[in-house]
Design a protein around this ligand. Structure first.
Ligand SMILES: Nc1ncnc2c1ncn2[C@@H]1O[C@H](COP(=O)(O)OP(=O)(O)OP(=O)(O)O)[C@@H](O)[C@H]1O
Ligand SMILES: [Mg+2]
Length: 273
């Protein structure tokens, strides 16, 4: 039996005994514990089952899942118990990408790749979006983030941080300081410790726009993070910091010409929009 089947069977089984008045469903945490899975694995499988229309998702905090048949039988009871609850119950699959014009036509392949970048367990895959200005790179990046939330790959309140590398392209130090943070005295004007965008994006997404403007020094600093999820603030010695950040990169330029080979090697998905 696959883990997904185990999750489905357990949800079916436990849903029968649920007293709606006391508890709206089962959480990913409970399922994970009972099946000895990691929470994010259980969450991923539960969301897949929900996408397939097999189980019900209740978008409260925490998110609850329930067997569809049990829900249908008890729907009336649900409504009586909590008047607002019904609006938070998601029975059908609402895929954020359906908002994108061409999602089922000219952009179908691209959407598929974006979805795999978001859903690849356990932490997704870095993705580079290439295309001329106005083709929808920034919009698609936002949809990848929303999709990751909708399938439970990241938390409902996970951060989405946007950084345009062109802003500090002529000042690599300031660019690094923004991305990685710094400690007091790291450079002139660094009068207190400051976390960077990596820390801000922990648990969610960092969208690095116009990444071709990221100088080689900056690309190099990102290697280590992409490889090992460790970093230091500027001027920091001693322990490494860690963060769990998913990356989306975008560029209007030919990446082979503008990005270093070592950097490109670390981006498994490259998508032309
Ligand atoms: N396929 C699409 N469906 C719906 N709206 C789209 C689509 N493509 C682009 N748009 C809209 O067009 C506008 C421009 O898109 P966006 O800003 O994402 O382009 P971009 O590739 O990031 O451009 P730039 O390189 O200038 O940053 C936005 O308002 C976006 O919502
Ligand atoms: Mg853009």
């Amino acid at each position: 039996m696959t883990n997904k089947e185990r999750v489905f069977n357990l949800i079916k089984d436990l849903s029968k005994d649920i007293n709606i008045k006391e508890k709206k469903g089962l959480t990913a945490q409970e399922i994970a514990k009972k099946l000895n899975l990691r929470r994010n694995v259980a969450s991923h499988l539960l969301n897949e089952l929900y996408k397939e229309g097999k189980i019900i998702k209740i978008n409260t905090r925490p998110v609850y899942f329930l067997d569809k048949e049990v829900y249908e039988k008890k729907a009336k009871e649900f409504k009586e118990t909590a008047k607002t609850l019904d609006s938070t119950v998601k029975v059908s699959n609402d895929d954020p990408f359906t908002k994108l014009i061409g999602y089922n036509g000219s952009l179908k392949t691209q959407v598929k790749l974006c979805k795999s970048a978001a859903s690849y367990p356990p932490n997704g895959l870095p993705i580079l979006l290439i295309g001329n200005t106005g083709v929808g790179k920034s919009y698609i990046a936002q949809l990848i983030y929303e999709y990751a939330k909708s399938i439970g790959a990241i938390d409902e309140n996970a951060p989405y941080v946007i950084f345009n590398c062109a802003e500090y392209a002529n000042n690599p130090e300031l660019l690094s300081a923004n991305l990685f943070g710094y400690v007091k005295g790291a450079f002139t004007g660094a009068d207190k410790d400051k976390p960077g965008l990596l820390e801000e994006a922990d648990g969610g997404y960092l969208f690095l726009d116009e990444v071709h403007r990221l100088p080689p020094e900056g690309q190099e600093k990102l290697f280590l993070f992409l490889d090992k999820s460790i970093f230091r603030r500027l001027g920091e010695t001693g322990n490494w910091r860690t963060a769990k950040v998913r990356f989306i990169f975008a560029t209007t330029e030919d990446p082979e010409q503008t990005l270093t080979k070592t950097f490109l090697r670390r981006i498994p998905l490259v998508v032309n929009i």
